[in-house]
Ligand binder design. Structure first.
Ligand SMILES: C[S@@+](CC[C@H](N)C(=O)[O-])C[C@H]1O[C@@H](n2cnc3c(N)ncnc32)[C@H](O)[C@@H]1O
Length: 274
């Protein structure tokens, strides 16, 4: 039996566990990733899964935290009064603004700022706060969520990695002897919220649609491998790994792998009236 380190499990400080897993992670260069995100923004069914669950009214104001190139921001903007997208990547915001223009939308504002520096006192309140796929790497997670919770008048929606995310990437990393130290699991976030007095609804999006690729290049550039940050030697190893790991669909000739899974956990709650 494992030794218990506390009498009451609710005394565990989940924030410390969360931060411990993140402390040695290098920051991703999101500017470098922006164009790739922009080009392949609709590779799976994530957007539909999220959008169908957001509670939005046409008069709502929405804060989109870590909005990126707008794959969520744009469809939200079509349903509500206005959206403010916050992101620390200038390039991501440039792509978002380009997308807004292409869609003839004039109800999107952008703020260039780290998520960790969002303050209710500075940006005020919004009806709905959405943080889609942007909180996994945030170290001051408790303070950040407290601010987002203060900002929201009606609802907060957050998504973080699910337990089956990025299996192919982890398998590759393990095959070349790299540390596959992963991000904190979603149960950490649940416990952090619980200890903050926030009792969220939780739902898992299991994106069963395994992506299909035209060729190995296409797989390498799917965004999950952070290829922009790899050395030439790592790229060679990745290619070799994928040549073995990917299966050719005999009917279409496209490549796929059962390990190429993605799942996301949605946390959402209705704001308690004070
Ligand atoms: C995986 S993308 C998600 C984009 C979009 N929300 C979506 O779901 O499609 C993560 C985004 O969060 C932004 N991001 C990550 N960490 C951030 C931080 N600490 N401060 C501000 N933005 C951050 C990145 O620049 C990137 O645009």
């Amino acid at each position: 039996m494992k030794k218990q380190c506390v009498d009451n499990p609710n005394d565990l400080d989940w924030v410390v566990f969360w931060q411990d897993l993140l402390k040695d992670k290098e920051n991703k260069d999101w500017d470098k990733a922006a164009e790739g995100f922009y080009k392949r923004s609709k590779r799976d069914d994530y957007q539909n899964n999220l959008l169908s669950r957001l509670v939005l009214s046409k008069d709502d104001t929405v804060l989109d935290v870590g909005c990126g190139e707008g794959s969520i921001t744009i469809p939200i903007a079509k349903k509500v009064k206005s959206v403010t997208g916050i992101d620390s990547s200038k390039k991501m915001l440039e792509f978002l603004n380009r997308r807004a223009q292409d869609n003839g939308l004039d109800n999107i504002q952008t703020i260039l700022r780290p998520i960790e520096e969002i303050r209710y006192d500075e940006i005020g309140d919004y009806d709905v706060v959405v943080a889609s796929r942007s909180l996994n790497g945030i170290i001051p997670i408790e303070e950040t969520i407290a601010e987002l919770n203060d900002i929201a008048n009606k609802y907060v929606f957050l998504t973080v990695f699910g337990p089956n995310d990025r299996k192919l990437v982890k398998d590759f990393e393990a095959s070349i002897g790299n540390d596959t130290n992963s991000f904190p699991h979603y149960n950490y976030l649940f416990n952090i919220l619980f200890n903050m007095g926030i009792y969220p609804n939780i739902e898992r999006f299991d994106l069963t649609d395994t992506p299909r690729y035209d060729n190995i290049e296409d797989v390498m550039n799917n965004g999950k491998f952070r290829i922009d940050l790899m050395s030439d030697d790592e790229k060679v190893k990745l290619r070799e790994y994928l040549e073995n790991a990917m299966i050719k669909d005999p009917e279409t000739g496209k490549l796929y792998s059962k390990l190429d899974t993605t799942d996301w956990m949605l946390f959402w709650w209705k704001k308690e009236k004070e």
